[in-house]
Design a protein around this ligand. Sequence first.
Ligand SMILES: Nc1ncnc2c1ncn2[C@@H]1O[C@H](COP(=O)(O)OP(=O)(O)OP(=O)(O)O)[C@@H](O)[C@H]1O
Length: 303
Amino acid sequence: METTRPALEVDGIAKRYGDVVACDGVGFTVGPGELFGFVGGNGAGKTTTMRVVLGVVEPDAGAVRWAGAPVDRAARRRFGYLPEERGLYPRMRVLDHLVYLAELHGFTTNDAHRDAERWITRLGLRGYRETEVQRLSLGNQQRVQLAAALVHDPVLLVLDEPFSGLDPQAVDVLSEVLRERAAAGVPVLFSSHQLDLVERLCDRVGIIRAGRLAACGTVAELRAGSGSTLVVDAPAARPGWADGLPGVTVLGVRGGRTRLRLADGADDQPVLAAALATGPVRGFTHQDPTLAELYRDVVGTTS
Ligand SMILES: Nc1ncnc2c1ncn2[C@@H]1O[C@H](COP(=O)(O)OP(=O)(O)OP(=O)(O)O)[C@@H](O)[C@H]1O
């Protein structure tokens, strides 16, 4: 029989610290098997929202639901959480630590060992099984912290900057792990400042600004109405050549190539004519705006 798989619902979360508004009505859902990227500037409210989901912080208003019901301690025990502040015991050895955490979540010793070993291998920690956590490099501590979030086979993953400090190989492994968990039906919520990674990985993205969700949707949805990006390779063009063209915003110039934002419905032919007037035009290409460009549209450059 087909069963409905559970989703995470974050509904109107508000949280103040004195005069500081950390969250101001944050709401979104992460469906079964969905990878949701949470992005925003420093201090925008990502960590606070995630702490509310995990019950580490009590919100002033709003609710968090799992499978349609308010989240309680029993539900949270089955969530996997990577906190911003790393919470490992520095003197414990890697294998013992992961076994301990899995047992804490109700695994038998045998199952805890099996899964701890599995994640140790998967996350490239085999050489460090017997090493104290405090003796590991920061990136390897991050790998252990990730294993700690995964070792009890959680039904939901909430990961606060899981990619920070990882080398490119570990970034690839973690990307694959998150895709796999999502394919198994697990909703995955993670924050990151690496927007190219979020764009590659996520089904949907939430952009938070000053405690509010300023935009939310698939990258394609976020692109709607934002026009297209035009890359013009005109090596002889002088700075300012595209200024004042209707519907055009210059995004940047590098090595004779100008990136322009062309407003929805704006004609690209006057741009081509202006480019040809500067000399030879070696390239004239339309591209979809990247998530980083959409993010700047939403958040502004001074956030
Ligand atoms: N325990 C606390 N006491 C006081 N202020 C806090 C506390 N936790 C968060 N804040 C404030 O709430 C706001 C939101 O912080 P939060 O850590 O949620 O942002 P963030 O989006 O995760 O930022 P970053 O990308 O820098 O990690 C900030 O202004 C922060 O200083």
